[in-house]
Design a protein around this ligand. Structure first.
Ligand code: HEC
Length: 456
């Protein structure tokens, strides 16, 4: 993609969202453009997540796809390169499965010390019924050479200015797994545009960076792909490191399977409940390759005692989430700390303390909510996350609002060195920052969006 075409696309796609593309009003916006939306906690009440509550994660603008011209190319280490139409893909045996799709960075906003990236809370996750062809059937038709080690996916999304194209590879073993699909339907409907129309990868149990959307190219490689999104982004140290450590990417590994996890959807943290009234503590639990979740235990006394929650019937699939419920009548007026811990089929449980990693991936600590049980419930609201807004220096808007809005910047809480690295990254991607401006930008960013105070 040449630079002038990239520039035009940046301008064209920067326009206001069309009415039909607007999400449900209660979605949490993490970035207006490129669009990143988070499901609120109320979304965990659904077993299958409806599209208007489905989280949206886009690195760049959503591409326009003309399905008549759309083709899927299969090439690389194969006997017969293929060019398939959507009808060709649909003629292959169709497979349906329920799977969670979760962003690797879901929960990043909870990490201390804070790390750069979208500050997701709990809702960069959804559960859906996917329908599509097996990737292995497509690879069989192409005839994969013995030299094959990895499968590279590319979609029709266009990088912004000098940003690297979003391309991801998965190991051959995962690609040949009978559950790995090329999906054209989500919850019984054609894939919505924001979720990868007309075809996306479904890699059940794995974080959604492997679930490439708007798929147009499958390339069989003799080694893992060596692009930015494999070798620099989406990497995890694979072992605990001291919080705040800068780990060189080559000492980390690509993010793969999700880990066992659950979210308490009700009651809300910091809320009140009436003494004497029965209370339903509810949530949702899932795992990755080691699914399904086999049990959830709840503690209402900060972890001293644990009891089994009831898992909803008919939801036991390897990759889908399971809703759970625990009924309890608080015995006295007090402040209760409620915890919930899931276990999966391999016996993995959630940790009580989250180990830290430089990009904030894989958040799965035992969740906790605080509940005040009182005689008379009063309407009280939660404190808002307030950001001390000082005035941006001149030239800042010109340099930084070309590709995205201020919200992406405002949600970060970074130290000076982290902000300095962000400026280097953005200027590498094409942001115009002069040497004179750079120091002023850094003072402003660090002064206004510095690390948040501990203990909140
Ligand atoms: C060439 C387009 C472009 C310009 C210009 C640009 N950014 Fe970005 N920036 C991006 C994109 C695209 C993302 C989202 C990346 C993703 O989703 O992974 C991003 C993300 C970010 C993030 C979130 C953290 C991260 O690394 O993902 C911060 C902070 C940020 N930009 C700051 C800035 C600042 C400050 C400026 C001005 C100096 C700027 N950006 C200018 C393209 C740009």
């Amino acid at each position: 993609m040449n630079l002038s075409r990239r520039g035009l696309l940046v301008l064209a796609a920067g326009a206001v969202l069309r009415a039909e593309d607007r999400p449900k009003r209660d979605m949490l916006s993490r970035s207006v453009r490129p669009e990143d939306l988070e499901m609120p906690l109320s979304g965990f009440s659904d077993y299958l997540t409806p599209v208007e509550h489905f989280f949206v994660r886009t690195h760049v603008y959503v591409p326009n796809v003309n399905v008549a011209e759309w083709r899927l190319r299969v090439e690389g280490e194969v006997a017969t390169p293929l060019t398939l139409t959507l009808e060709d893909v649909k003629r292959l045996p169709a497979v349906e499965l329920v799977s969670v799709v979760e962003c690797a960075g879901n929960g990043r906003g909870f990490y201390e010390p804070s790390v750069p990236g979208l500050q997701w809370a709990n809702g960069a996750v959804a559960n859906a019924r996917w329908r599509g062809a097996r990737l292995s059937d497509v690879l069989k038709r192409a005839g994969v050479h013995d030299s094959a080690r990895a499968i590279l996916f590319d979609g029709s999304d266009v990088p912004l200015l000098a940003m690297p194209d979003f391309q991801r590879s998965i190991p051959l073993k995962k690609a040949l797994d009978a559950n790995t699909l090329l999906a054209y339907e989500m919850n019984g409907e054609p894939l919505p545009v924001k979720h990868g129309f007309p075809l996306r990868v479904v890699a059940p149990g794995w974080a959604s960076d492997s679930w490439v959307k708007w798929l147009t190219s499958i390339r069989v490689l003799n080694q893992e792909h060596d692009g930015f999104w494999m070798k620099s982004a989406y990497r995890h140290p694979g072992k605990p490191v001291a919080p705040g450590t800068a780990v060189p990417p080559e000492q980390m590994q690509p993010v793969t399977s999700l880990r066992v996890k659950n979210v308490i959807a009700a009651p809300l943290d910091g809320s009140q409940a009436a003494l004497g009234a029965p209370l339903a503590i509810r949530g949702v639990a899932w795992s990755g390759d080691a699914g399904p979740v086999t049990s959830v235990e709840v503690s209402v006394d900060g972890g001293r005692n644990w009891k089994s929650a009831a898992l909803r019937a008919g939801q036991k699939t390897q990759f889908g989430w399971r809703q759970w419920e625990f009924n309890w009548t608080p015995p006295q007026e007090a402040y209760y700390t409620i915890l919930a811990r899931a276990r999966d089929a391999a016996g993995n449980t959630q940790p009580l303390d989250q180990e830290w990693n430089p990009s904030g991936y894989g958040w799965n600590v035992v969740p906790r909510v605080g509940l005040s049980v009182v005689k008379q419930v009063s309407g009280g609201s939660q404190p808002e996350d307030s950001v001390g807004a000082t005035t941006p220096p001149s030239g800042f808007a010109n340099a930084c609002h070309v590709c995205h809005d201020d919200d992406v910047i405002r949600q970060q809480r970074l130290n000076r060195a982290q902000w300095d690295r962000e400026l280097t990254k953005m200027s590498g991607w094409g942001a115009k920052i002069t040497d004179q401006d750079r120091a002023a930008f850094l003072d402003y960013l660090f002064g206004t969006f510095g690390p948040r105070p501990r203990g909140r």
